[in-house]
Design a protein around this ligand. Structure first.
Ligand code: SAH
Length: 257
């Protein structure tokens, strides 16, 4: 079985993953705890990247150099940009871009200097499996009349999760928590095809591209990247996001061989 890395930026999410890997043991490298274990027959290394592009890039490098992982799967939360992206929806990235990369006039805006590209694609096969897994799990949430194994009925009702959807498309990353309607509008106007914004994905994508290692990125929409982003964010992480993504990853690991 492929050796797969599960990466998250938030402690709550890692905790949900580790709960499913009771045999995991820890190795500390570069100040991070890498948890090696098994889940649904896969050899897994689970790690908290911490927040931001540099943290994500150095975590990816250690995973590839020290632990020789063959695939990387990132799960986390993101702010919704496109109008269709509602809190509780899931986005699976088809490609990622660093919205704060700008070395113009030497290079076009967004292009990562000397790579000739701004967009970094995820792995189509992993992405497809992740989309199918997300549909399977969200289908359970939509049809829940009682608490599901991973979410209380109250959370489903509080966050209006009966109508959640799965999206796939462009995700933006930058070293900034986007929490104002003005900034969110600016990003939407500059990059109208972008679905969501977060702080790690494009950095992982660049490193995985350099190493030729397949990557997939799953994000649950925790906020609308507007003036209410902070309030929505904390509540959503506490009550929903971590359980949700652990259920989707479990489904993914069962389907993906
Ligand atoms: N106020 C939060 C900030 C965490 S940073 C706290 O104190 O914990 C936000 C994390 O969630 C990052 O890992 C990022 O990838 C993701 N994220 C969610 N919503 C975002 C948004 N609106 N803008 C940027 N990143 C966002």
């Amino acid at each position: 079985m492929a050796h797969i890395a599960l990466v998250g930026a938030m402690q709550e999410e890692l905790a949900a993953v580790l709960a499913c890997m009771p045999d995991a043991h820890c190795e500390t490298v570069a100040g991070r705890d890498f948890w090696l274990g098994h889940w649904h027959g896969h050899e897994v290394v689970a790690v908290l990247s911490r927040i931001g592009k540099v943290a994500a890039a150095s975590t990816a490098t250690v995973l590839l150099e020290r632990f020789s992982v063959q695939r990387v799967l990132f799960t986390g939360v993101a702010g919704g940009l496109a109008r269709s992206m509602k809190v509780g929806d899931v986005v699976v990235a088809t490609d990622l871009l660093q919205h704060d990369m700008n070395a113009s006039p030497l290079f076009p805006q967004y292009e990562v200097p000397l790579t000739g590209r701004a967009f970094f694609a995820t792995d189509p096969r992993m992405t497809q499996a992740l989309v199918e897994s997300a549909h399977a799990v969200l289908g359970q949430v939509r049809h829940a009349h009682e608490a599901s194994p991973f979410l209380s009925l109250q959370s489903i009702q509080n966050f209006g999760l009966q109508h959640v959807q799965v999206h796939q498309g462009l995700v933006l990353s930058g070293d900034q928590f986007v929490a104002s309607a003005a900034e969110s509008r600016r990003l939407q106007q500059a990059l109208p095809q972008a679905l969501a914004v977060e702080m790690e994905g494009a950095a992982l994508a660049q490193v995985c591209h350099d190493y030729g290692v397949p990557l997939a990125v799953l994000r649950t929409i925790s906020d609308r990247a507007d003036d209410d982003a902070h309030t929505d964010f904390t509540k959503f992480i506490q009550e929903v996001a971590s359980r949700y993504s652990a259920a989707i990853v479990a489904e993914f690991l069962q389907r993906f061989t």
